[in-house]
Design a protein around this ligand. Sequence first.
Ligand code: GTP
Ligand code: MG
Length: 171
Amino acid sequence: GMKKKDVNVVVLGLDNSGKTTIITKLKPAEARTQDIVPTVGFNVEKFQTKALAFTAFDMSGQGRYRNLWEHYYRECHGVIFVIDSSDKLRMMVAKDELTLMLENADIKMKRIPILFFANKMDVRDSLSSVKCSNMLELEKIRDKPWHICNSNALTGEGLEEGINWLTDQVK
Ligand code: GTP
Ligand code: MG
């Protein structure tokens, strides 16, 4: 059949937000690593959808590694930004990191899509995607298409909706 289009995505968000869990869930069951540990530096992961072959740069969200994020902006065709919707205390830290990313010259010059996952929707008292969107002031992003979905990376709920949106944007 037709060769699938290759797409690079950079996966951002604070430590413990669920980035690696999401990317693992998108891989076929037999390709999944058993235990998920906090990412050191970054990992390169591959997964496929019907139309696309994704290469995901799954970055560490720990403070000491966040300076690595920007090195992958130049070659990315899209961003996946994961928010821990149950971590109200650090929502403003997430917002600061998002702002830094949006102000980066390599990001600014591209009209690439940004997919937000308001992850951990299963946690009691977690914030809705609308509430996360308001707190992060996503409506201020006017130069790029963006979309936010609630997700539960443990069950996979919400991931397909998000990836389908991203696929429509980059294909
Ligand atoms: P770093 O690699 O340190 O940046 O973290 P990360 O964003 O990759 O987070 P990771 O995928 O390692 O998940 C952190 C913790 O959150 C793990 O214990 C996961 O099992 C848990 N987790 C991830 N997604 C969900 C979710 O949707 N719901 C719940 N309840 N827990 C989740
Ligand atoms: Mg990780």
